[in-house]
Design a protein around this ligand. Structure first.
Ligand SMILES: *[C@@H]1O[C@H](CO)[C@@H](O)[C@H](O)[C@H]1NC(C)=O
Ligand SMILES: *[C@@H]1O[C@H](CO)[C@@H](O)[C@H](O)[C@H]1NC(C)=O
Ligand SMILES: *[C@@H]1O[C@H](CO)[C@@H](O)[C@H](O)[C@H]1NC(C)=O
Ligand SMILES: *[C@@H]1O[C@H](CO)[C@@H](O)[C@H](O)[C@H]1NC(C)=O
Ligand SMILES: *[C@@H]1O[C@H](CO)[C@@H](O)[C@H](O)[C@H]1NC(C)=O
Ligand SMILES: *[C@@H]1O[C@H](CO)[C@@H](O)[C@H](O)[C@H]1NC(C)=O
Ligand SMILES: *[C@H]1O[C@@H](CO)[C@H](O)[C@@H](O)[C@@H]1NC(C)=O
Length: 917
């Protein structure tokens, strides 16, 4: 007998409400229903059924599909049901997003019910796939069973469960009639789903053995599982049901079966074996739960075998005793569960059989945030929701496992600028042809796995500097752009490149000899002149085609155009206060530029400089002199390099030269100059001066010779050993002081937005200071609680709530700082690609340990040198700081307070002879 026929003949499937009424229970404790969510798909109004379960229409959980109501006659009585049909859903997932946050249990039961009943009069029952979260669970085929009911047990890992229907070719339109969510009793089915929330269970059978009075569910089962009546599973028809009224002590049965289910059993009174045979519709792993309750006045003993293998020998069942037995069978196509007589009465009270389905790994949150940022920059709805890779990859994306490896955005208007693909570290193929890109090729430098890059059919003009790092690149297609000038030497570094298409650009000159190799095909037609030998070119230019001198785009020299251009930035930044101050700065910068020709401007500039707290304005010439022509690189940031410099007065400075010439870059430059010139605190790196000349954006900071916290924690020069716990605490306190000042000491309040260990610098005495205010944001007014803004920040440190709501508060910095604290505790980076996937993300990896108060994750090099209480305090504040819900996170001031306590405790520990490191 097929599984679908099996469902078909169960009355519960067809007349759920009627049946419950028949059970005759009339008193309901409403509280018992907490956590129930019953959705009537395509329904129009809420109603309460005969079991007093509240049903709600589905329109708040789904946004597409047509609702309809259908009447049908079956078995002489007429029934009515609602359904939702998803027409034109080919190539798409149509999803219900089910809120499961309120359900306190760690597992939930999800029960969808699908009807067709020829609602459309076409007589063509549809087939489609169903997915739960990231797992494709099953294919529904209403031609073989109508209705079709599924039950899943799903480990709650998110606040929302996406439940999706996927059309399949020639399968017709997916339909659904109802969806029920029920909590699962705490601790139940744990051995089936395993400890890692990476498995879900799909119900195949749940049999109330020895009972043939129909299905039992809520309210008999307060968790509303459906316990089906016993069927003829055994070929030998040997057993009988009995029904003895008796109370059991059920506290050891975590599954909490209803008492009425335990009160009946199938047993064998003769010398023989009792067997159940369950046909299965596919090969796979199955999880079996057997329920036994001693309802007979005498004890019995028997062996339990599954497919011939003994899972329990000489099992003795005493009266009054209730027990569950679990078993997992791998790769079977049917189940034979046998109870073999030893001395009287083999018996069983209930059996559950589940298919075990693996839950694919979710794509990392870093990748998801990176994709969302790209999504935003397209300004379109690409239908990107839930997980990018599973159960099916998003449009425009391809995955390998949970890694996003290809992105195809061709034909989408990216509005001139290449978005930051920097966090999609696994990308191998990137297709941006015909996406309206202009200007320099940029923002691709970190894609070290990239093999194919298609930038054809845009208006790109220059190569930029990113190609020096794209070492894996094999195919680079730049045809049909507006590339100007010569082909840079850096392309020669791309040793794996085997196709370079430069056709139809405005390139000219001699190609780098490093590209002259057999393995590389270069296409150059349609350029001004492009060849490996210069003589070829001269010949061509002699034919009347003058070689164009490459044009460098320089800032518009005219006063008004500069002003207007800046005004756009101001608009983008938005805050009125900000705008006023920035206008001041811009006017000032402009005046500064004009200085050479206008003497009176000098005086005005001085006045402005006073308003800017005397931050020095330096010329490019002065910078060049100070850095000895940019001789010593001391760091590389996201936007450029940092050089060591010496001002005429002998003061050492760090000179940050920015390459970023986008609007965004100019924004963040001005932003940083503006902010830094008004905040002054011993734990914030101070700005010594800046230079803003045509296309040069240079910031001059005080020089901190101790390097960044990142260098000190992970640097190759094994400085790591010198960072004792007390030093780490001191660094944390310093940084927290700086941030606390930004949040509550400065006026207006400032949110840093890019707190990370590489932005915490140390001086020679290990005093720490926070730097890099390029992304910082002012909170416009004292009463404003948040700023809505496009999400920026660094992967691994990015506040997930800010990411999802785009509402920026000080608590986003607290989150990032919490990540820094975790780095200090664990001595590892926030994102790593080593070890198992579960440990890639520091926060996700560390949190369970921290919450459990275990210290296994503490940095090895701190072993034995820290006070437990001191560590416990920091661990606990760190885990609160990285709470998902921002309102649960402490303020920076509270974090600082705890860190100070922890410091005192550690100090006392060391003073009393604790091992000094
Ligand atoms: C769904 O509704 C739209 C209009 O709301 C209608 O045009 C379409 O025919 C309906 N599709 C089905 C399959 O009922
Ligand atoms: C979830 O809980 C909140 C408060 O506890 C309540 O306001 C909300 O209605 C609940 N939502 C559901 C779907 O039960
Ligand atoms: C039920 O059994 C548990 C142990 O399994 C025991 O701790 C508890 O006291 C028992 N309850 C009653 C009412 O006998
Ligand atoms: C089930 O297993 C028992 C014992 O292993 C065996 O005697 C019986 O024939 C099996 N039944 C079927 C249908 O395979
Ligand atoms: C570029 O995209 C537009 C619309 O997205 C399309 O009309 C055009 O044919 C495309 N051109 C190329 C060369 O692919
Ligand atoms: C890049 O895209 C263009 C436009 O679709 C296509 O003609 C070209 O073959 C692509 N390049 C590569 C290397 O696939
Ligand atoms: C199980 O059944 C009882 C009663 O019918 C017999 O007395 C036992 O001998 C029998 N046990 C086995 C192993 O067959």
């Amino acid at each position: 007998m097929g599984i679908n026929e099996y469902f078909h003949c169960l009355p519960i499937s067809c007349f759920p409400f009627l049946l419950i009424a028949l059970l005759g229970f009339s008193t309901f404790a409403f509280a018992e229903q907490s956590g129930f969510l019953s959705i009537s798909c395509g329904g129009t109004a809420s109603f309460t059924d005969s079991s007093n379960i509240l049903w709600v229409p589905d329109d708040s959980y789904v946004s597409t599909g047509n609702a309809t109501t259908v009447n049908f006659i079956e078995g002489g009585s007429s029934s009515q049901f609602s359904l939702r049909v998803f027409p034109h859903s080919h190539d798409r997932r149509t999803c219900y997003r089910l809120p499961v946050k309120n359900i306190s249990s760690s597992l939930i039961l999800v029960r969808p019910r699908f009807y067709y009943k020829n609602y459309d009069g076409l007589g063509k029952p549809p087939a489609f796939r169903v997915s739960l979260g990231t797992s494709t669970t099953t294919t529904v085929n209403l031609a073989s069973s109508d209705p079709w009911v599924e039950e899943f047990i799903w480990p709650v890992t998110k606040d929302t469960l996406p439940f999706c229907l996927h059309a399949i070719p020639d399968g017709g339109f997916p339909v659904i009639s109802s969806l029920e969510i029920r909590p699962i009793p705490p601790g139940a089915y744990e051995s089936g789903v395993g400890p890692y929330t990476n498995k879900l269970l799909r119900k195949r059978y749940r049999v109330n053995c020895g009972y043939n009075g129909g299905s039992i569910r809520y309210p008999s089962d307060s968790f509303d599982r459906v316990w089906d009546a016993d069927q003829n599973f055994s070929p030998s028809h040997l057993s009988k049901g009995i029904n003895v009224q008796r109370e059991f002590n059920l506290s050891s049965l975590k599954e909490t079966p209803p008492l009425s289910v335990l009160q009946s059993a199938r047993f064998l009174a003769r010398k023989n074996n009792l067997a159940y045979n369950f046909p299965l519709d596919k090969l796979g792993d199955y999880y079996i739960v057997l329920y036994f309750a001693g309802i007979l006045p005498i004890s019995s003993s028997f062996d339990i075998l599954i497919n011939g293998g003994v899972v329990r020998s000489n099992f003795i069942l005493n009266s009054f005793k209730a027990i569950t037995i679990f078993s997992t069978r791998e790769d079977v196509s049917s189940l034979n569960i046998t109870f073999r007589n030893i001395s009287f009465y083999p018996q069983v009270n209930a059996i559950e059989v589940y298919e075990i389905i693996e839950i694919p790994l979710e794509t990392s949150s870093t990748t998801v945030s990176a994709l969302q940022v790209i999504h935003q920059s397209t300004g379109m709805d690409l239908g990107w929701q839930d997980d990018p890779c599973s159960p099916t990859p998003w449009k425009h994306i391809q995955c390998e496992g949970s890694l996003v490896t290809s992105l195809y955005l061709s034909g989408i208007n990216l509005r001139a600028i290449i978005p930051t693909f920097g966090d999609l570290l696994d990308l191998k193929t990137l297709d941006l042809h015909n996406t309206s890109l202009t200007g320099e090729i940029q923002n691709l430098g970190s894609l070290q796995e990239l093999k194919q890059l298609n930038l054809s059919f845009n208006q790109l003009t220059s190569f930029g500097s990113d190609f020096s790092t794209l070492v894996r690149l094999q195919i680079l297609d730049l045809q049909n752009n507006s590339m100007q000038g010569t082909v840079p030497d850096s392309l020669g570094n791309l040793k794996e490149l085997h196709l370079l298409n430069l056709e139809n650009n405005r390139l000219h000159g001699v190609l780098p000899q490093s590209l002259n190799r057999e393995s590389l095909e270069i296409r150059t037609s349609g350029n001004l002149c492009l060849a490996f030998s210069s003589s070829t070119c001269n010949d061509e230019s002699a034919t009347g085609n003058p070689i164009e001198i490459p044009q460098v785009t320089i800032f518009p020299p005219k006063k008004h155009s500069v002003y207007r251009r800046r005004a756009v930035i101001i608009g983008a930044i938005g805050g009125a206060v900000c705008a006023l101050i920035l206008t001041g700065l811009l006017a000032f910068i402009f005046k500064r530029k004009k200085k050479r020709t206008d003497d009176t401007a000098q005086t005005r500039a001085t006045i402005d400089m006073r308003n800017w707290n005397a931050t020095r304005v330096l010329s490019y010439k002065e910078i060049k002199a100070a850095t000895n022509n940019f001789k010593e690189v001391i760091g590389r940031g996201s936007f450029g390099s940092v050089y060591l410099g010496k001002l005429p007065d002998g003061k050492l400075v760090a000179v940050k030269v920015r390459f970023d010439q986008t609007q965004l870059g100019a924004d963040s430059f001005i932003n940083e100059v503006h902010l830094l010139s008004q905040v002054h605190h011993q734990n914030l790196v101070s700005l010594e001066g800046f230079c803003y000349e045509s296309k040069k954006q240079i910031l001059v900071y005080e020089y901190l010779p101790g390097g960044s916290l990142t260098d000190n924690l992970y640097g190759s020069n094994s400085k790591k050993l010198t960072l004792s716990w007390i030093r780490r605490l001191k660094i944390a306190i310093d940084a927290a002081k700086g941030l606390d000042y930004l949040h509550s000491g400065s006026n207006p309040r400032i949110i840093h937005r890019d707190v990370k260990s590489s932005n915490i610098l140390l001086d020679t005495n290990m005093n720490a200071k926070v730097c890099d205010f390029g992304l910082s944001k002012q909170v416009p007014q004292a009463e404003t609680s948040h700023v809505t803004t496009v999400v920026k920040g660094t992967a691994g440190y990015l506040d997930p709530e800010y990411y999802s709501t785009q509402q920026l508060t000080e608590k986003s910095d607290v989150y990032s700082f919490g990540v820094v604290l975790l780095e200090l505790i664990c001595g590892r980076e926030p994102l790593s690609r080593t070890g198992c996937p579960d440990s890639y993300n520091l926060v996700l990896w560390a949190k369970p340990y921290l919450q459990a108060g275990t210290f296994e994750i503490v940095d090895e090099s701190l072993k034995g040198s820290y006070d437990m209480e001191s560590m416990r305090k920091v661990a606990s504040i760190a885990s609160r700081a990285v709470e998902r819900d921002a309102s649960e996170r402490p303020t920076m001031a509270a974090v600082l307070g705890v860190l100070k306590d922890a410091y005192s405790i550690q100090f006392a520990f060391l003073a009393s002879g604790g091992h000094l490191s």
